[in-house]
Design a protein around this ligand. Sequence first.
Ligand code: MG
Ligand code: MG
Length: 265
Amino acid sequence: MIYLKTREEIEIMRESALMVSRTLGLIAKEVKPGVKPIYLDKLAEEYIRDNGGVPAFKGYKSHNGAPDFPATLCISINEAVVHGIPTDKPLNEGDIISVDCGVKKNGFFGDHAYTFAVGEIKPEVRQLLDVTKESLYKGIEQMVSGNRVGDISYAIQQHVKKQGYGIVEDLVGHGLGRNLHEDPQIPNYGRRSDGPKLSEGMVFAIEPMINMGKKGIKLLKDGWTFVTVDGMPSAHFEHDVAIVNGKPEILSSYAYIEEALALNK
Ligand code: MG
Ligand code: MG
């Protein structure tokens, strides 16, 4: 069942989404060679708790018998697609790191992600990041009343397909609200005019996960981290989007990240 949100609820959700955006902005300032992912995680947790939020991923129950997720951020490096556990292994020049963060505040969730470059990265990896981010916005454009979930999926797929990248099929975007994962599922591939119809008050986390090589992924022994089967890099961008007045309104924001990245240069 898809839960529709009132305007008031959407405003509360914007606050949760923006708390994640500000957290990622803070992380953006710190992503550089030599930094330990667990340090980034500590910063994020402190910031969220200091601002009256609760980290949504920490303690998240596994479906496969693995221990509960131990951290505030999912940090997925290079061939890791999503759900990576932050470690104390320092970042290296040329890495890419996908940082996904979830927050619960006032009973509603925010869930939003960005893939960062660590120092200089290869042009072909930069292109993977750019195309994945562009595909997110192509999908968001389709989040219009009267369209269907498949229109979002198809737009993402069409944009990514041109590059020959692999689209992760086993993991998908989702509805968002009082639960971190609600109906409907939002695959990053699909057919136009397929799936549930979109209407006013829907809020989705749209999140293309795109591999430079083949689409296949596998789960590591830690029970959380998904990596590409071929070992090629993978990118992940996610926004929280509501339908307001029939049109998509992005509740999260990359402005904090982009401001921090511009200062780092
Ligand atoms: Mg996420
Ligand atoms: Mg999500």
